[in-house]
Design a protein around this ligand. Structure first.
Ligand SMILES: *[C@@H]1O[C@H](CO)[C@@H](O)[C@H](O)[C@H]1NC(C)=O
Ligand SMILES: *[C@@H]1O[C@H](CO)[C@@H](O)[C@H](O)[C@H]1NC(C)=O
Length: 499
């Protein structure tokens, strides 16, 4: 890939006219390109004095700059970590090849650069056994708290990811408090007894300290996964708003007095459908303790997030969970993911985008024994790891890789991308779903990277299948480039002086 250092001197001589598209990453509906890098034809594509707008005309407006995107990724469940760890033992070349392809965030690497990982505290429905980090009944001082109750493969895998990508944001949260703090005395379903609110806040502080003791920096912490879901077959806990607010208030204060002032506290962690209620009430009751809230895709629509963001525009919004289902259609899934999570999610304010399990086998295993979660045909991981030491990547990977490439730092130690304004007009405007991002530089004299992620879904899939490439004009600062987008997802970028 050509570097900006090579382009810039020429570009400066030629002024604004020298903005050029050099680099393209593409995934097409027919899989002829799978997150494939190439240089365009002509190479490069110049931004020139505008001619007529194409039937799909993309206007990139870098005078509107919105939230930073901290990255795309998935949850490192116990099951995912176990499979990855087994792969490392069985075929370490395949392991490191896969890990590099997932996480290498270096500009120019042939890799997705996933930079956001969510990690369950204690067991989830994707664990080998039911456990918490303190299973000593009645231990209100948490003297028996033990971070090593978690399988060692969780920490070794996280350490390996950090060795590839030291910009990783790690977001930790429990699927349930320890069973002894709950009605029914089990992690499987039920509620937290109200007398353990402060104990639970302390448990979460100790979890932060446990990760610190493993040299794993924690970016964010949530109090309870899916607080509106109590299921007796796997770790879960129904937690009313007032209780999450009380734990959050106590925990924020503990974090501030124990060196975790910059660690974010994120609330809710559940379906879009209740965006107007639970997360809004949580902010009303304990807004100063929380940096934002996170959403799951399982019910409602991405647009529901507006009923939260319109009331709390200064709070952050995260998309922390959605799962693929085994057997679903590859290209239909990619269209849905781009239109609901990885292009359109940020347009509704999301600061990240995550799927559920980072890795599973071809049957959606291993899964907690006896759970009815992810019932047949099973949940699909971002990566599939097979018992023979081979692996493959699913549609969830390609969707997120295309989005991730647009926002990873340009420079070592540089900032992640920020969303900027973009709109599509013309008679074929419906055919393209577009996100636009600016990525700043470490040196103020270097040019910013401007990237667009484009879904072309003009495929007539509801009538007679007919994928149609769409020629589009791209307008930027009064200049115009032209590119024909095949049906698929395309990420491309150019460089320009900071606005
Ligand atoms: C990441 O990719 C870059 C560029 O291809 C390569 O030089 C580097 O070794 C990779 N880093 C790791 C940790 O694999
Ligand atoms: C929300 O999501 C969960 C998945 O955990 C699902 O089981 C549940 O039915 C949904 N409930 C509501 C009310 O949105």
């Amino acid at each position: 890939m050509r570097s900006i250092a090579f382009i810039a001197p020429l570009a400066i001589l030629q002024g604004a006219a020298a903005q050029q598209i050099y680099d393209i990453w593409q995934t097409t509906w027919d899989r002829s390109n799978l997150f494939t890098y190439f240089q365009p034809t002509p190479d490069p594509i110049d931004f020139v004095t505008p001619g007529a707008a194409a039937s799909a005309d993309i206007s990139v407006d870098d005078s509107s700059v919105y939230q930073t995107i901290y990255g795309f990724g998935a949850s490192l469940t116990d099951s995912s970590a176990q499979l990855l760890s087994n792969l490392k033992t069985q075929n370490s070349a395949n392991y490191w090849e896969l890990m590099d392809y997932l996480f290498n965030v270096t500009d120019g690497a042939n890799a997705a650069g996933f930079s956001y990982i969510r990690v369950p505290l204690g067991a989830s429905d994707f664990s080998a056994s039911l456990y918490s980090l303190d299973d000593t009944s009645g231990d209100t001082s948490l003297g028996s708290f033990n971070i090593d109750a978690a399988p060692s493969y969780v920490f070794s895998t996280l350490t390996d990811i950090l060795s590839i990508n030291n910009r990783l944001s790690v977001h930790i949260l429990p699927w349930s408090p320890p069973g002894w703090m709950k009605s029914g005395s089990t992690m499987d379903g039920g509620t937290l007894d109200s007398q353990y609110v402060d104990t639970m806040a302390n448990y979460l502080l100790k979890s932060l300290q446990g990760f610190q003791s493993k040299n794993i920096p924690v970016y964010a912490l949530s109090i309870q996964n899916e607080p509106e879901n109590s299921n007796p077959t796997y770790p879960s806990c129904s937690m009313p708003v007032a209780q999450e607010a009380a734990i959050g208030t106590a925990l924020r204060s503990l974090m501030n007095s124990n060196g975790f002032t910059s660690t974010k506290l994120i609330g809710y962690e559940h379906n879009w459908s209740d965006a107007a209620n639970y997360p809004v009430q949580l902010m009303q009751q304990a807004g100063s303790s929380f940096d934002g809230v996170s959403f799951h895709c399982y019910e409602g629509a991405v647009s529901d997030m507006s009923s939260f963001t319109s009331q709390y525009p200064s709070k952050e919004v995260y998309l922390t969970e959605c799962t693929g289902t085994i057997g679903s259609d590859w290209w239909s899934d990619i269209k849905w993911y781009m239109d609901n999570l990885f292009i359109v999610g940020p347009q509704y304010g999301a600061s990240n985008g995550l799927m559920w399990n980072l890795a599973l086998d071809g049957n959606g295993d291993p899964i907690l024994s006896g759970t009815n979660s992810c019932a047949s045909p099973g949940c699909r991981g971002v990566a599939q790891i097979n018992s023979d030491g081979s692996y493959s990547l699913n549609q969830e990977f390609y969707s997120m890789a295309q989005a991730s490439k647009a926002i990873i730092p340009k420079d070592v130690g540089g900032p992640f991308g920020q969303r900027i304004g973009v709109s599509v007009s013309g008679s074929l405007s419906w055919s393209l779903i577009v996100g636009a991002y600016v990525t700043g530089r470490v040196s103020s004299t270097d040019w910013n990277r401007y990237a667009i992620v484009v879904l072309n879904w003009d495929d007539s899939s509801t009538t007679t299948w007919n994928p149609v490439p769409v020629e589009a004009t791209i307008e930027f600062r009064g200049m115009q480039a032209t590119y024909t987008f095949p049906v698929g997802v395309t990420t491309l970028w150019w460089y320009a002086a900071p606005n």
